[in-house]
Design a protein around this ligand. Structure first.
Ligand SMILES: [Zn+2]
Length: 315
């Protein structure tokens, strides 16, 4: 039994959507053997939480990818969440840097030179002429990742959204609040006077829930079960809860995909590696699975038989 799950709630008035995510088991699969400093790990954890919350929120039929290209100690960080809430993530730090900033400041980690980029990619399950991946560039502003995602939701989805994200070596927690468009709510509108009153009520609901959630510390986010957090914060509210959705670690790498990638590198490049190392050894950045191609395998990539032995993956 895994504790990893995403929960969705709705304020009974239909004005605010709430999501929580807690990830422990999948987080350990993502962390395995990486050994990054706590501030780097925390950024990766927050990215995983944000990506899962976005995936559930956008209900996109495909994968949601959150990617940061940094110009500081963190060079590249990627989190991906599939439509069924399978998650994977990877982070690459500048090999030349052994001193990391103690700070958890997002700017110090990924954007000290001002050339950092954050991108949200919506990658359809089945690609086609009308189904190309969509990319939205997110300004890397503020000291925490949550601010960048809030900006993205407001400008790309026109939805006022707030996120609270926290991660440590044990677990990841995320909370999302979203103000729903008036037409999407269940507010009765009878005449102008009452709809103006409803609009005020609508805004008050949103502001009240944000103020309550703003009282949460990272410590509380990490040490309290999300269901208890919601009960504790919103005990005076009338809230509807939906069935929790399980979340798990999932990687889509395969020997076939690695073979395709090697084919694109070209035969000369592979021959050089074979001459030097006697084999081509590719490790998946997300799950650390290894795919080894010897000289015979490598030759078959370019000459003749393209069906590959599938049982050669090593761990
Ligand atoms: Zn993999």
């Amino acid at each position: 039994v895994t504790d990893d799950h995403l929960c969705r709630y709705m304020l009974a008035s239909g004005t605010v959507r709430i999501e929580t995510v807690r990830i422990e088991t999948a987080w350990q699969s993502i962390r395995q053997g990486r050994g990054h400093p706590p501030n780097v790990e925390r950024l990766l954890g927050e990215m995983v939480a944000a990506c899962a919350l976005l995936s559930a929120n956008l209900k996109f039929d495909g994968s949601v990818v959150l990617q940061i290209q940094g110009d500081g100690p963190v060079r590249l960080a990627v989190a991906e969440c599939f439509a069924d809430l399978g998650v994977r993530a990877t982070i690459k730090v500048d090999e030349g840097t052994d001193v990391y900033p103690d700070s958890d400041d997002l700017q110090a980690l990924v954007n000290p030179g001002g050339r950092g980029r954050c991108i949200v990619i919506l990658d359809p399950k089945t690609r086609g002429p009308q189904r190309a991946p969509y990319q939205g560039v997110v300004p890397l502003e503020g000291t925490r990742l949550a601010l960048a995602i809030e900006h993205y939701m407001l400008h790309s989805e026109q939805l006022e959204t707030r996120l609270w994200l926290a991660a440590d070596a044990e677990r990841i927690t995320g909370v999302l609040l979203q103000r729903l468009p008036k037409s999407g709510g269940t507010i009765a509108t009878e005449g102008d006077a009452s709809s103006a009153a409803s609009a005020d009520e609508h805004l008050e609901d949103w502001q009240r829930l944000c103020i309550l959630t703003d009282t949460l510390t990272d410590e509380e986010l990490l040490t309290t079960a999300p269901g208890d957090l919601i009960n504790r914060l919103f005990w005076e509210e009338s809230i509807r809860m939906f069935d929790p959705q399980p979340l798990r670690f999932h990687c889509t790498c395969s020997r076939q995909k690695v073979a395709d990638m090697l084919r694109m590198l070209g035969e000369a490049e592979l021959d050089a590696t074979l001459a030097e190392q006697g084999k081509v050894d590719v490790k998946c950045d997300y799950c650390a699975q290894r795919f080894v191609f010897d000289a015979v395998d490598a030759r078959s990539l370019f000459h003749g038989d393209t069906s590959l032995p599938s049982s050669r993956a090593l761990h």
